[in-house]
Design a protein around this ligand. Sequence first.
Ligand SMILES: NC(=O)c1ccc[n+]([C@@H]2O[C@H](COP(=O)([O-])OP(=O)(O)OC[C@H]3O[C@@H](n4cnc5c(N)ncnc54)[C@H](O)[C@@H]3O)[C@@H](O)[C@H]2O)c1
Length: 243
Amino acid sequence: MVRFLLENLPNHHIVGFDRKSYCSNTSNVEFVEGQYAGSFTFVFGDLCNDADMHHLFSLFGPSDNTLLDYVFHFAAETHVDQSFLDSLSFTMNNVVGTHKLLEFCKTKAPGLKRFIHVSTDEVYGSTSDNLPTGCVESCKLEPTNPYAATKAAAELLCFSYWKSFNFPVLITRSSNVYGPRQFPDKVIPKWILLLQQGFKLYESSIRFSFFSPFFLCLCMVMGVVNAIIFTSLMFYLPFFVSF
Ligand SMILES: NC(=O)c1ccc[n+]([C@@H]2O[C@H](COP(=O)([O-])OP(=O)(O)OC[C@H]3O[C@@H](n4cnc5c(N)ncnc54)[C@H](O)[C@@H]3O)[C@@H](O)[C@H]2O)c1
């Protein structure tokens, strides 16, 4: 997303904020910082840490024409398996973290044009074969794991800010995403790594190949980035986007 924005919006300054957890790769950021010096700033920090958030928001202000106009909120704990082991850290980062970001934006970025909350199709839980259209935005949220539950809770907070404060929220619910530089706790990079190491992949005696229909359920990251950009710039609130 950062690369896309830098390449396509040369008149904007992009600020990346991340606490650099186990799945982050600092060389990705260093590369972008080097290539787009002057257009990109990386800020190290945690959404849940007030001091980090005050520092982040001190970078924006009307005096030096650095108003914050768009927030793309991707930061989250995302590994479903880990959410069975340490679910409270998911609540902290995904729910409290989102709430803090909403609150800071509301109070310190009054001119904000859009707050794009990147959620997941997992908030719907298991899909039903009886639904001719699949899941749509009005479907009930029935998350079936702690990760998805925290994403659903974060969505509800976003929704409440739209209702209560007319806050410019847009929520996306994409299905699984894969792409370059993805950390191999996600299925595609993990499987590619295993295949490169000479392992064969089997599931329930069916051998997966790259032509398996399963792969059709995954979205290439650039498709998702394009969809997020398109929906955030084209329409006005409020609505949900599933893709
Ligand atoms: N990967 C997918 O298949 C997929 C599908 C649908 C939705 N999403 C959503 O997209 C977003 C990004 O997913 P991803 O796969 O790139 O995740 P990821 O786990 O690879 O990266 C998440 C990033 O968020 C940062 N982060 C977590 N908690 C933070 C905090 N408290 N403060 C600051 N930074 C914090 C981490 O350091 C990490 O760099 C998530 O919100 C996820 O729910 C992902």
